[in-house]
Design a protein around this ligand. Structure first.
Ligand code: FE2
Length: 192
């Protein structure tokens, strides 16, 4: 059973004007699709062909890991956003953010700084590490599960995520992600 590109959780113009349909056409339709296509080429006829995506990620390195992890990362990223998102979380997640970062404002500042400071391609994450929340960044395809952490939220900071809509202004993209796109219900649902 080949790996498949999961459906987007919203219409491709749903995040307009922050993330335009043109970006989605390239980012989801070309980049995400290419990772799925490559993953199928690399696993066809091997012991990984019938494994779960998570099992391939945990068992692999090099090109196979990069493509498998990028399939997982992008599917997770799309779910971290919604039309009319942003604002602030509530409930247990809000309490955990206040406990571990001081306040929602402190979290927003630290997450933005981390995302902007990630050199080159990668990802900024809110993770659960043991019984604490933490902000991390990973390079290229790397992801929290490879480090014993549980991903709660991610922002893709590869240039392909923002160059059409924000050109080189990664700080503006990350700010818009936080202010207008984050699907806090999805993020809260990932909190174990
Ligand atoms: Fe991406």
């Amino acid at each position: 059973m080949p790996f498949e590109l999961p459906a987007l959780p919203y219409a491709k113009d749903a995040l307009n004007p922050v993330i335009t349909a043109e970006t989605i056409d390239f980012h989801y339709g070309k980049h995400h699709q290419a990772y799925v296509t490559n993953l199928n080429k690399l696993t066809e006829g091997t012991a990984h062909a019938d494994a779960s995506l998570e099992d391939v990620i945990m068992a692999s390195d090099g090109g196979l890991f990069n493509n498998a992890a990028q399939v997982w990362n992008h599917t997770f990223y799309w779910n971290c956003m919604k039309a009319g998102g942003g604002g602030e979380p509530t409930g247990a997640l809000a309490e955990a953010i206040a406990r571990d970062f001081g306040s929602m404002d402190d979290f927003r500042r630290d997450f933005k700084n981390a995302a902007v400071a990630q050199f080159g391609s990668g990802w900024a994450w809110l993770v659960q590490d043991g019984d604490k929340l933490a902000i991390t960044t990973t390079a290229n395809a790397d992801l929290p599960m490879k480090h014993g952490q549980k991903a709660l939220m991610t922002c893709d900071v590869w240039e392909h995520a923002y160059y059409i809509d924000f050109r080189n202004a990664r700080p503006n993209y990350v700010e818009a992600f936080l202010d207008k796109l984050v699907n806090w219900d999805f993020v809260a649902g990932n909190l174990a």
